[in-house]
Design a protein around this ligand. Structure first.
Ligand code: GLY
Length: 381
């Protein structure tokens, strides 16, 4: 990078998407640099990869109106076990892939009605879910409140530790020969006569490249220099979260548990994540009393045993929400400029397919069938 002539692929954004694509390219010997405005890891907050919960839950999160997205989610979900294994082999880091499954619980008659609707809708889509009584769900998770009167069990909705995934991707990318530039803020995407030329950093340094990938999460639409036809319609959607510390050998939960507007995600180290708010606050990523209070109240209603459990961390992240909640993947009208953003609530789940499909496009010039419906052109039709 010293000579400023980097004649290959520049990826703007060092999250799970940018590093995943970069890793795939570096694995086959393509020169590639990832530019990250902060650092890859804890200091990347409020970027979504570090902030998220790592749920791989296309089944219980399937909602009316998202039927077109479901095949992409399921395809990426199917790739996760091999992706996790490959990442472990390449980095030496276990990404905490867990297969206990997910429960969705109901606390009152209204919630049971909603759960019944969700169950019927998801079953019609061919998804495997089981209806459980309150007693049956407490046999699986004895610490759940006596007020839980019904639940769904989804055996295939798994989880990974998203933070370990990010650290593993960083390591795998570097080990494969990728170049990582941290604290590298992009001042301008350089475009001339309909072709991308590279980027200018705020330091003034110019990096030339025939291919630039925008994988900058919630910041993707803010990059100066993007022509309107290539600017992804992405906005930040804030999620506040917190972590409680339970004893690793006596966890309160083993499954991921969803309630009404709250989820609880147990980690192997005893951390119990509680998330997340969904707020339109532009780039304001501050925690609020109301946000944290609401999450804790909802979590406590489901799992009263958290009462005495210490809070060890609170944070907020910014999801990259697109106009239709689906990701924006693939080529743009600007030659060489490629998008991998807008993953909204599914960034970790979609990481394997994003890495595979976008790197395939860069290496072969062909857009894989799996992402053809998710180009930026859908917003211009
Ligand atoms: N996928 C969980 C969230 O966005 O909060």
């Amino acid at each position: 990078m010293k000579n400023r002539q980097f004649n290959s692929v520049l990826i703007v954004g060092g999250g799970v998407c940018g590093l995943g694509i970069g890793w795939r390219l570096a694995q086959v010997g393509r020169p590639v640099a990832v530019l990250e405005q902060r650092e890859v890891g804890p200091n990347s907050l409020p970027a979504a990869t570090w902030a998220s919960a790592g749920m791989l839950a296309p089944h219980v999160e399937a909602e009316p109106g998202e039927e077109r997205l479901l095949p992409l989610l399921l395809e990426s979900h199917a790739r996760w076990p091999a992706f996790a294994q490959e990442l472990k082999e390449a980095s030496g880091i276990d990404v905490g892939y867990r297969t206990e499954g997910t429960l969705v619980v109901a606390l009152d008659r209204d919630q049971v009605e909603r759960l019944r609707f969700q169950y019927e809708f998801q079953r019609k889509l061919g998804l495997e879910l089981t209806w459980l009584s309150g007693d049956a769900v407490r046999q699986r998770e004895p610490h759940l409140s006596r007020n839980v009167i019904a639940a769904l069990y989804s055996p295939h909705d798994h989880q990974v530790d998203n933070r370990q995934v990010l650290l593993a991707l960083r390591q795998a990318f570097l080990a494969a020969g990728g170049v990582l530039r941290e604290h590298a803020s992009v001042a301008e995407i350089l475009v001339e006569k309909g072709e991308v030329q590279g980027v200018r950093l705020i330091s003034g340094e110019i990096l030339h490249a025939p291919v630039v990938v925008v994988a900058a999460g919630a910041w993707s639409a803010t990059l100066p220099g993007l022509p309107p036809e290539a600017r992804p319609p992405v906005r930040p959607v804030k999620g506040q979260m917190l972590a409680l510390q339970t004893p690793p050998d006596a966890p309160l939960l083993r499954h991921v548990v969803w309630g009404r507007d709250v989820y609880l995600v147990p980690r192997k180290d005893g951390r119990l994540l509680v998330g997340a708010t969904v707020e339109e606050k532009n780039f304001d990523a501050r925690l609020t009393a109301g946000g944290v209070y609401t999450l804790l109240r909802r979590a406590w209603e489901i799992l009263p045993g958290i009462d005495e459990v210490p809070i060890v961390e609170m944070w907020a992240g910014l999801r990259p929400g697109s106009r239709d909640d689906a990701p924006i993947l693939g080529a743009t009208p600007v030659k060489g400029l490629i998008l991998a953003t807008g993953h909204y609530r599914n960034g970790i789940l979609l990481a394997p397919i994003t890495a595979d499909a976008v790197s395939h496009l860069i290496l072969t010039g062909e857009t894989p069938e799996s992402i053809r419906n998710f180009g930026i052109d859908r917003f211009h039709r």
